[in-house]
Design a protein around this ligand. Structure first.
Ligand code: HEC
Length: 270
């Protein structure tokens, strides 16, 4: 009886916090036609040889910044990816943000990547004032954005750091689980961004045999809440098989990376 009460309580909490997370995240607007560097994704400089494809893209200069420039993929798509490749607007699955060249995700990627039919190849920038330099997929969910040379975007790199500081002690190195807590690479195959945010904000509790398994609630902890998108972006990359174990290649200095870091400091009250 006690268990049902706890489960009910946790459910109610989860619902309300998921609603909160949605409200906080659902307002992202990408200004159409904006050309300023503010709409680009925070990452290292594009290598000089990369953007040849930008010239081939018809009317690239009139298109919104979110869809200018394509770049070839590094890895050839596997044969069974033919359908998703065909669905992608840019032939070859090139990213739609200038200079972004995301690797092909695993065959069994995160729930968000599955839902978007691997449109992580057609990402766009989040609102520069809200989340400077953050990449979104076509469902407006945060996603990694790699440069041609394999450099991560700022959020993916930062998420690795914040994961290490706040989650690793239970969920193990690189998100791969421990005897205390589940493998988050597998969890993300069924949990989407909003469910993830709800669990982080409100926590989660389950009874496994005689063991009470508790995921703490982080809704009041700025160290986690100010970096929720970064942690998700990193774990999504891990779950998609495009972020390796260990530290992702750190992005170089850029205005957007700096703005993103400043935004985090502001949120933390530094
Ligand atoms: C004190 C240990 C601990 C810490 C620290 C911790 N977690 Fe957890 N987490 C757990 C446990 C235990 C569970 C499993 C709860 C359950 O059985 O429902 C869990 C569950 C989860 C789940 C749901 C997984 C699923 O498949 O249901 C997510 C997502 C998650 N944690 C993310 C995180 C993130 C991100 C962080 C860092 C911000 C973090 N956790 C920090 C212990 C922890």
């Amino acid at each position: 009886m006690k268990n049902t009460m706890i489960a009910g309580l946790a459910g109610a909490l989860l619902l309300s916090t998921a609603g909160f997370a949605y409200a906080a995240q659902g307002t992202t607007v990408v200004p159409a036609g904006q050309q300023s560097p503010q709409t680009e994704v925070a990452q290292a400089e594009t290598p000089a040889e990369a953007p040849a494809a930008a010239d081939e893209a018809p009317a690239a200069s009139e298109a919104p910044a979110a869809s200018t420039g394509t770049s070839g993929q590094e890895s050839a798509p596997a044969g069974d990816d033919a359908s998703s490749a065909a669905a992608a607007p840019a032939e070859g699955g090139g990213a739609s943000v200038a200079g972004v060249s995301n690797p092909e995700p695993d065959a069994n990627p995160s729930a968000d990547t599955k839902a978007e039919s691997n449109t992580v190849a057609t990402i766009k920038p989040a609102d520069a004032a809200e989340d400077p330099g953050l990449a979104l997929d076509s469902a407006e969910k945060p996603v990694y954005a790699f440069a041609e040379d394999g450099t991560a975007d700022w959020y993916t790199w930062r998420g690795y750091k914040k994961y290490g500081a706040n989650c690793l002690q239970c969920h193990g190195p690189d998100g791969m689980g421990s005897s205390f807590a589940p493998n988050l690479l597998e969890s993300l195959q069924t949990i989407d961004y909003y469910e993830f945010a709800g669990i982080i904000v409100g926590g989660q509790q389950n009874q496994w045999g005689s063991n009470n398994s508790i995921m703490p609630a982080w809704g009041e902890d700025p160290n986690v809440m100010c970096s929720l998108n970064a942690i998700y972006t990193y774990l999504r990359g891990r779950s998609d098989g495009v972020v390796d174990r260990g530290e992702p290649k750190r992005p170089g200095k850029s205005d957007l990376a700096q703005a993103a870091q400043q935004k985090e400091y502001d949120c933390l009250g530094f």
